[in-house]
Write a protein that binds this ligand. Structure first.
Ligand SMILES: [Zn+2]
Length: 246
């Protein structure tokens, strides 16, 4: 049987490291039956469809720490795996001023099918990794990897890397300090985004609910456009994470 290209991908499921990485927006893949959601390839290549560069960074982080990593292999325009099932932008009709024709006026059955086929399998994959590690008595540090655009509404974003946190800053604070130590990187602290359990789904569901230590990171897309720069930034972030493994 051919592998379903939209199925979530897990690398190093039995990795020995403390970290578990996941990437909600790693792919711009649209299942064939959705006919590109009525969009031209140029729109599907944009950030509205995925977090450009984030998968490559996550791959390298998984390699560095011998850590499991889980990738959603479906575009966030099909369904946004970092949104609550009740969110109005779970299946966006408009994204960054672009109308998504294939998402207009979906009926309940079509919405339910998307949730069943492309939301639950990804979160079940993350869940399976975390539960299996719990069963073995291995504690996990959950890291959610995203990328952000270089500007928003014409305003350039100065932050090359940013951490999004909620009330528990026990990991965010030391990692921010480590990232800032050399003084040559502009680091965002809850800028441009904080971690909001009312909006974000993945870290609240998988980490906050379990009381697991966690981080949510955003890399600026222009900094991670190529495999060489993805590796560079993964290594840089890994240096800041290293002491958390002790
Ligand atoms: Zn994202």
């Amino acid at each position: 049987m051919a592998l379903d290209p939209a199925a979530p991908r897990i690398v190093r499921p039995r990795g020995s490291g403390r970290f578990v990485f996941f990437c909600d927006h790693s792919s711009n893949y649209v299942p064939l039956e959705l006919h590109d959601l009525g969009l031209p390839p140029t729109d599907l290549a944009r950030h509205i469809a995925w977090d450009i560069g984030a998968a490559g960074v996550t791959e390298v982080l998984s390699e560095i720490f011998d850590a499991p990593a889980i990738f959603s292999n479906t575009s966030r325009l099909v369904i946004d795996c970092n949104r609550h099932l009740t969110a109005s932008d779970l299946i966006p009709e408009v994204s960054d001023a672009t109308l998504i024709p294939g998402n207009l006026n979906l009926n309940d059955a079509a919405r339910a099918a998307r949730i069943e086929r492309w939301f639950h399998p990804y979160h079940n994959a993350v869940e399976s990794i975390l539960v299996e590690r719990e069963t073995r008595g291995v504690q996990s540090i959950v890291v959610s990897v995203h990328s952000m655009t270089a500007s928003l509404a014409g305003n350039p974003r100065p932050w090359q890397i940013a951490l999004s946190s909620h009330t528990d800053r026990s990991l965010a604070d030391p990692v921010l300090a480590a990232l800032r130590r050399t003084g040559d990187v502009t680091v965002g602290d809850n800028q441009p985004y904080d971690l909001d359990p009312a909006v974000d789904y993945s870290v609240p569901f998988h980490a906050l609910r379990r009381g697991l230590p966690h981080l949510q990171v955003e890399f600026r897309q222009d900094e991670i456009a190529q495999s060489t720069t993805q590796r560079h930034w993964a290594q840089r972030f890994a240096q800041a994470l290293e002491r958390l493994e002790d």
